[in-house]
Ligand binder design. Structure first.
Ligand code: BMA
Length: 875
């Protein structure tokens, strides 16, 4: 750099103010750069569309945010999730909106050479004006935008305006520039990059919003700034980690600079420093780092999750121009796909350990992402970890998560299968679109690649598979289809993997979920991942899962209703007459959904649940049971199957859905069940080949001595058969350790299986690690007794214990406290006859308040008097 620059730089440094708040904590705190968050003082107004004449004035706005939330805060619209309000708010997407901010630029800020306006997210199509000059036209919600604006600014008051046209009109404008539009029938809305679920999904409402949905800031910098810091993990093992600290520096002109990288080597501070010659523009500097005996990052259940922190600094003429930190966990990841006797394997091998992936698919946490809090993320992700999950699939119909989301996954050891944000709909094949998605993928992989939790980048959700069944695609002329397929391959097996290969070559890429990477059609047993929707969409019995021997199941699901309190949050009493009222149907987005739940209930159980509340409860038990059958089957099938990721973990609004945790964060029965069926060591009894076989599935990396106890009991507690044995549980394996021929079971219960069950219990070191019940007749034919449940609540404010017991078998014991908030240590559990269990209860309420509201029921209670009659009628 020229000499004169140094003196100017020093002068600027002396006057530069350092602003740094909130989101910019990763930025410099003692450098020539200053960062000002533009997060207050925003206003918005409606330019056109329904009600624009009445809604003329400017109203206060929240940034980050969106127009729906701003209208709500200004009392212009009712609560979008309440009753059937969704339908009444569809006008919002047809209007155009404008946001504005007046902000000061001080003389100190203006003295910087560069002033950049940085948007971390704009949803989606908009024009940005600085002091009335158009500086940016954006149409991709999934990108971040940096605009040098010094030439447009002055000291004192400046204005920033962002104009959002109606999204579909904006998409139309782009779409008509593609000559292939008419031939392919690709939906016009795909021409702008916006989260698919905003347009409605089979669990989500349609709220097509607009807004500055992620932070916006003004960055003032001098000669150089660190535009990226990445820790490339070239080779990681227990002995040594060979890393590259890649420091990307943007320089305004050519010249000399000093780069400094600091980190810790097993508690010892280490630093690397180098004089470099920067060229004007982007410079990438590599600093090889070797860490001996690194503390490796492991998926939950396999070890701890230590993180290493790195700091890079760029100085010019002794003045620190910029500083940046990143954290990462060191691990090796391989997606092993070897030929074997079943086809080709699909298993994640982390630090050399073949890990059976257990988890659920994650959808957006809210229809309005900017209001998701750290607590929401923590609660849902900790719930995943607490249910013994080790992987979540971040599904492609939403948006790329915030850094915070992945940081929590890093901390909890939750591996993330990360889809690129393409869900189900066919994408345009135009050249501008291809450029757009390359830029998007580049932004996102660069932003997220230091998160050790991300173990896979995957092209899209179900786009590949839709090519062979979606009518709008199959009905096209062969030559058009050929071109579309070619474009698909260019995008999902050309552009996206190339971005991953360039930016994070150590992490595997997968073209689509589901896919067999084109060696077979997707959803084949032999290769790739599968979405198994035979249960639910094709309405087959749960046990059909057991006929399916996939290599990895990345979706399978069953719906249920949320619990009563959540239903009450969006209904009035008349809506709760039954599950088919207009409001209940407005909160069911899978058209046939409520009928499917109803029909499965009627098939599975002896009668209809006795009332609305029982319907909600039984639907949850049914869902949990469905997913238990699939999950245990695929765990028993390891190593042929190496992953069971059920659909879905969370909700974006209160709705009947496949979620295991509802929008309010309340665990459904499935989440409690998941904790049991994903237990690190699972006992899984199963009737097959004329025998009850007692499998133990172990995710432990070492063999373990255990005690297996199995009993055949009747519902009143009589033990008809019992066997106990010491076993040596094989690590990372599934095996049957005991077997009872069915003839032996029927002899013991005199051929009447309607009143007996088998309970298997596994103890390690005298402690129960897993217990599981099976029945020898379908639930419908069981003579479940009415269980006179006894419950006793004790303890002091904050922490209580609830003792529940039953003299006879009580299935799916459900504890609730009416309107009161309480966190339960367990729920929807079985009590075997004579058993008494203690459940922890955390609540801010008093003992008396809780006692007043406490309700404990079991499955038999949901069917009231009709059950006995129905059972005998069926006999
Ligand atoms: C799969 C998912 C979602 C959908 C779910 C339930 O296809 O990828 O698109 O919500 O099934 O139908």
């Amino acid at each position: 750099m020229r000499k004169s620059r140094f003196s100017r730089c020093m002068a600027a440094m002396a006057t530069a103010a350092i602003f740094c708040a909130g989101a910019c904590s990763a930025q410099s705190t003692a450098s020539a750069k200053s960062v000002t968050l533009l997060d207050s003082g925003w206003e918005f107004h409606q330019i056109s569309g329904e009600g624009a004449d009445q809604r003329k004035g400017w109203m206060s706005a929240k940034v980050p945010g969106d127009v729906h939330l701003d209208l709500l805060a200004n009392k212009q619209i009712p609560e979008p999730f309440y009753r059937d309000n969704e339908a009444k708010l569809q006008w919002i997407e047809k209007a155009s909106w404008e946001y504005r901010l007046s902000f000061d630029v001080s003389a100190k800020q203006f003295a910087h050479k560069n002033l950049d306006l940085v948007f971390e997210g704009l949803d989606a199509s908009c024009q940005v004006y600085v002091n009335e000059k158009l500086v940016l036209s954006a149409n991709n919600m999934h990108r971040d935008w940096r605009v040098p604006v010094k030439a447009n600014l002055h000291t004192g008051k400046n204005t920033l305006r962002v104009v959002f046209p109606p999204p579909l009109e904006a998409a139309h404008e782009v779409a008509i520039t593609d000559p292939w539009l008419a031939k392919t029938g690709v939906n016009e809305r795909e021409y702008i990059r916006k989260a698919g679920y905003e347009f409605g999904w089979d669990w989500g409402p349609r709220f097509v919003t607009s807004g500055i949905w992620r932070p916006v800031r003004l960055e003032a910098w001098e000669d150089a700034r660190i535009s990226d810091l990445h820790i490339r993990q070239r080779d990681v093992s227990k002995t040594v980690a060979h890393l590259d600290a890649e420091v990307e520096v943007e320089a305004t002109s050519e010249g000399e600079a000093q780069i400094h990288v600091a980190y810790e080597q097993n508690g010892r501070p280490e630093a690397l420093s180098r004089a470099v010659h920067l060229k004007a523009g982007t410079n990438v500097l590599d600093f090889p780092v070797e860490i001996e005996s690194p503390k490796l990052w492991y998926p939950a259940g396999y070890g701890s999750q230590p993180l290493y922190e790195f700091t890079a600094r760029v100085s010019v003429g002794g003045v620190v121009e910029d500083e940046r930190q990143t954290k990462t966990g060191l691990r090796s990841v391989v997606l092993r796909r070897d030929l074997d006797k079943w086809g080709r394997s699909f298993e994640f091998v982390v630090n050399g350990i073949p890990v059976f992936a257990k988890g659920a698919d994650v959808i957006p946490f809210d229809s309005f992402p900017s209001r998701v809090t750290t607590e929401n993320y923590r609660h849902i992700l900790e719930s995943a970890r607490d249910a013994n999950m080790n992987m979540i699939r971040h599904w492609g119909g939403g948006y790329y998560g915030e850094d915070e989301f992945y940081s929590i996954c890093d901390e909890l050891g939750l591996m993330v299968w990360q889809d690129f944000m393409f869900g189900n709909k066919w994408q345009p094949g135009s050249y501008p679109f291809k450029q757009q998605i390359e830029a998007e993928a580049t932004d996102q992989v660069r932003r997220l690649r230091d998160h050790p939790s991300i173990v896979l980048w995957s092209g899209n959700n179900e786009t590949e598979s839709s090519f062979s069944w979606r009518e709008s695609l199959t009905s096209l002329k062969p030559e058009i289809r050929l071109q579309m397929w070619q474009d698909y391959l260019t995008e999902f097996s050309g552009i996206l993997p190339r971005v991953v290969e360039r930016l994070e070559p150590e992490i595997p890429y997968w073209p689509s979920s589901p896919s067999a990477d084109y060696e077979a059609t997707s959803d084949t047993f032999e290769s790739g991942d599968a979405h198994d929707w035979s249960v639910w969409h094709q309405r087959v019995p749960f046990t059909d899962y057991e006929k399916h021997h996939y290599r990895f199941v990345s979706e399978y699901g069953f719906q249920s209703f949320p619990e009563m309190r959540t239903v009450e949050s969006f209904t009035v009493p008349e809506d709760r007459a039954n599950i088919f009222t207009p409001v209940m149907l407005a909160h069911q987005k899978n058209k046939a959904g409520n009928s499917i739940i109803h029909d499965y209930i009627v098939n599975e159980y002896p009668a209809e649940p006795k009332d609305f509340a029982s319907f909600l409860y039984v639907s949850q038990v049914l869902q949990a049971e469905a997913i238990r059958v699939g999950s245990e089957h695929w765990r028993r099938s390891r190593p042929e199957t190496m992953g069971a990721i059920f659909w879905q973990l969370n909700d974006c609004w209160p709705v009947a859905s496949w979620a295991s945790i509802d929008y309010e964060g309340r665990w459904k029965a499935l989440q409690y069940y998941a904790r049991r069926f994903y237990a690190p060591v699972l006992v899984s009894p199963h009737v097959e080949d004329g025998a009850a076989k007692f499998y133990v599935v172990s995710d432990k990396t070492a063999n373990e001595k255990a005690n297996l106890n199995v009993k055949l009991m009747d519902f009143s507690g009589k033990v008809l058969l019992e066997e106990s044995k010491a076993i040596d549980v094989t690590a990372l394996a599934s095996k049957s350790y005991a077997e009872w021929p069915l003839a032996k079971l029927t002899a013991a219960d005199a051929g009447d299986t309607s009143h007996v069950f088998v309970v298997a219990e596994l103890k390690v070191g005298g402690k129960q690690v897993s217990r599981n019940l099976i029945y020898l007749s379908p639930t419908k034919e069981l003579h479940l007794p009415v269980a006179p449940l006894k419950s006793e609540l004790s303890g002091a404010t904050g922490k209580y214990q609830l003792r529940v017991s039953s003299p006879v078998l009580a299935r799916d014991v459900y504890v609730s406290f009416g309107e009161l908030d309480a966190k339960l240590g367990d729920n929807y559990f079985d009590l075997i006859p004579g058993e008494s269990v203690v459940v922890s209860v955390e609540s801010a309420k008093t003992l008396e308040e809780l006692q007043r509201e406490l309700k404990v029921i079991s499955l038999r209670d949901a069917f009231g008097q009709t059950n006995e009659a129905a059972v005998s009628a069926k006999k």
